[in-house]
Design a protein around this ligand. Sequence first.
Ligand SMILES: Cc1ncc(COP(=O)(O)O)c(C=O)c1O
Length: 424
Amino acid sequence: MSGSFKVKPAARVSGQKQDVWTIVNEAAAASPKQPIVNMGQGFFGYNPPKFILDAAKEALDRVDCNQYSPTKGRPRLKKAIADAYSPFWGRKINPDTEVTITTGANEGMLSAFMAFIEPGDEVIIFEPFFDQYISNIEMPGGKIVYVPMHPPATGATKTSSAADWTIDFDELERAITPKTKMIVLNTPHNPVGKVFSKDELQKIGDLCVKNNIIILSDEVYDRLFYVPFTRISTLSPEIEQLTITVGSAGKNFYATGWRVGWLMGPEHLIKYVSAAHTRICYSSVSPLQEACAVGFEKAEAEGFWDDAIRDMKGKMDRFNEVWDELGLPYSEPEGGYFVLVNMNKVQLPEDYPFPPHVASRPRDFKLSWFLIQEVGVAAIPPTEFYTDENAHMAEDYLRFAVCKEDSILEEAKNRLRGLKKYMK
Ligand SMILES: Cc1ncc(COP(=O)(O)O)c(C=O)c1O
């Protein structure tokens, strides 16, 4: 059909290059080392806890749970979220005006950009960024202004905290123009694993108050922190007035396929986000909203939040032992389930036959390809989360997701020991 098919696609979808997920997943499928250990994409290798799965099964038997939910979300879920988060805010969050349910955090963020961005408005994001931000900002015609997080100077030789990836606040201030409408923040951070300190958040918040910039705070990993975690919205009433906080039940409850997320914030922001969400997908999946409501109602009493931190931190620490053994430095995560490992010491054979779409990309794409082919472990090249200009900052790193079964992590470690023979 292609030759005679003359309908022209819109630029917002036609120009997109092959993304990193396609490259890595296709390479993994074609690797001689089958089955591959896939530590690339951040989906869980295990199920949500039983009390949440049971709630989903029960919801499917209820007539009202199989029909449209209100566009802003099911009242039970909004209330459960407001109740769960009110203690962090130190006041009662209004479930009817300050919470809106979305189809995953991703659609929630698209709704936020659709609600506030006019063509030509500028949105500041930090590099490395979660890749979906880009097209979500570009859809309504937003212009992205990038500010890099700087890796630790000793990243190639020494393991250090993910806190050592830093923002240059002068650089941030210089990026602000009269057209800056929003800034996107992500803490705990994917892929760096940094949890922004209170002091850093205060500086960002102060700049936004001074310049009247909306803060979209992507806190989808908010239940996985290994150092004290601050929510920017709670720093001052002035900052709160400008902040939309993003959450994901997919991340919270190990159910990324359920596509349940939410946005919280002051009524004057949330009402427009809800309006955009209504236009994009009308309402979100009913039975799974109900199950997430039960999740929030019961999580504390079930000890689930504490278990989630303990389990993930355990996986992280056990997996990272292999880097200590190999002498490969990494950024020790302060939150989330990703670890960035510096592979500067891994020597890629000069004549290695990389396919052209890998050979033309920065060194981390080659490292990723090489690991898939020779070691049988898939990881993500983080320069995908940078502009070309700043990609050099991360070209020695690979991102591993540890939200996998323990047996898979052990198998990954066994295979990764095979890297020894390629190290300087
Ligand atoms: C930083 C960040 N934000 C948002 C999302 C999307 O969350 P959801 O699956 O709820 O759309 C992800 C998923 O990987 C993420 O890493």
